[in-house]
Design a protein around this ligand. Structure first.
Ligand SMILES: [Zn+2]
Length: 162
């Protein structure tokens, strides 16, 4: 898989950032966690990235640890694990940009609970970003079916590729 590029609305993540780029390696991880078989549990984790002059680049996506509780339609992460991962990433020069998870549907879209959870996460975070990213990977292998959105405490805005 090659990298994916999404144009960013003005000031969506920071004043100078015009593009959101998914590195090929991060996409490989996302796509390897798709729920292709009925027995596969929902997966999810964090989106970690770097900032350059005009782009935000997602370079790493974390996947569930053994402590995480997984099921086909639900996914609960242990908060201690989450914070430890954010701290570890930050010391490695990576910024937390939001969360991703899988859905067992071809063209995924967020559930009402996904939206409520994502807005609440943004409101209770201490991040300096103006939005977080919400990413949902379905079973489709087409990059255009990947759900990528900006979310803040008030609204969700889906991003589309160039
Ligand atoms: Zn969901």
């Amino acid at each position: 898989m090659t990298s994916l590029i999404y144009p960013l609305p003005a000031c969506a993540l920071g004043r100078t950032f015009k593009r959101l780029v998914f590195d090929a390696r991060a996409l490989d991880t996302l796509y390897s966690e798709r729920q292709l078989k009925p027995s596969q549990p929902e997966s999810g984790g964090q989106l970690l990235g770097t900032f350059s002059d005009d782009a935000v680049q997602i370079v790493t996506v974390t996947i569930p640890s053994r402590d995480d509780v997984r099921s086909r339609f639900g996914f609960a992460r242990l908060q201690a694990t989450e914070q430890a991962e954010i701290d570890e990433a930050f010391s490695a020069g990576l910024h937390y940009l939001g969360d991703w998870h899988s859905h067992p549907e071809y063209k995924p879209s967020p559930s009402s609970i996904d939206v409520i959870t994502a807005k609440k996460l943004f409101r209770t975070s201490k991040s300096e970003l103006r939005n977080f990213l919400m990413v949902i990977v379905g079973t489709s292998e087409n990059a255009s079916d990947l759900y990528v959105a900006l979310v803040n405490g008030r609204r969700v805005r889906r991003l589309t590729q160039i």
